[in-house]
Design a protein around this ligand. Sequence first.
Ligand code: 5GP
Ligand code: MN
Length: 350
Amino acid sequence: MEKTLFNPKPPAPSGLAPSGPDSPIDGSASIIAAILRVLRDGERFLVCSHSRPDGDAVGSVLAMGMLLQQMGKRADLVTADSVPGIYRSLPGASGIRHALRVHGPYDAVILLECDSIQRARLSGLENFFLINIDHHISGRPFANLNWIDFGAASVGELVYRLVKAAGATITAEMATCLYTTLLTDTGGFTYGAVRASTFAIAHELVLAGADPIGIARNVLYSTSTSKVLLLGAALNNLKREGRIALLWVTHQDMIRTCASDDDCEGIVNVAIGIAGVEVAVFLRELPEGNIRLSLRSKGKVNVAEIAERLGGGGHGNAAGCTLEGPLARAIDEVMTELRQSVAAFALTTP
Ligand code: 5GP
Ligand code: MN
């Protein structure tokens, strides 16, 4: 039998309001209370995140599942794509199922890190009462309950706040998952919404049992050989245009280096690390001919705006989208957008 560590609170009022665009979209106590009411009232939940899950997606889904378990609830964890290798050692990661369609007797579905319902790439979501917890600038209040906090370093930080508000215990397993969301979504505490409070949370998580060195080893120092070979191919294609750095890989490069989708993550960070570069672009040709685009900024150019104009989204520092091929056309399209944004930045910079 499951052990319930959760401190029960007085019974919540019944009913699932508030709903839709009228519900608050900041990190206020009222939205946290509304979310907790739904969690306390229900029995069975589905927890999902975006397709091609990253560290924040995997870590926050796992921690949310652990919170629900402590509350004595049943939680199914689902993503459209498999968990990348570097996150498979996270506690409970093997419990995340992969599906493209969801159905079941769920009282609510909790969508983490999704700026739209489509980001999850799971059909059937629209049939459920939806709780949206996100921190993207491109985040929209598409759900019945929406908690969107642009200031959060990771969605894991929001799950952490939910855990605290619920009076639940931060176990070592939960701390490991939550610490991973902070580490990965801030590029190792170097960008994004890093604030003093980020370190305060990280401190508490380490005290609760997260092992910062072990997690860094698993996440940052476990690069596959195929990824390093793919990086070589990308670096062969590195171009510099003023404050913009651009690199790409073709589908042929992917085949030649035996690279997986996961191997593409982070390649763009090498380009944004170049001195004098303000915006970095990484393009990847997909097997069917579309192009995946990753954008990074050192902070002066808002790449979320650029990605949104191109049909995607993200954060001011890190954003992405899928473009139509061929590669040369996609490069032209993104460079036209970027030249304008970088020129506007140059005009306003002494
Ligand atoms: P990455 O470049 O690592 O794939 O993505 C960087 C950021 O942009 C992530 O926060 C991710 O959620 C967001 N992002 C990437 N691709 C897309 C996309 O196709 N649509 C939206 N809305 N956001 C994206
Ligand atoms: Mn995130």
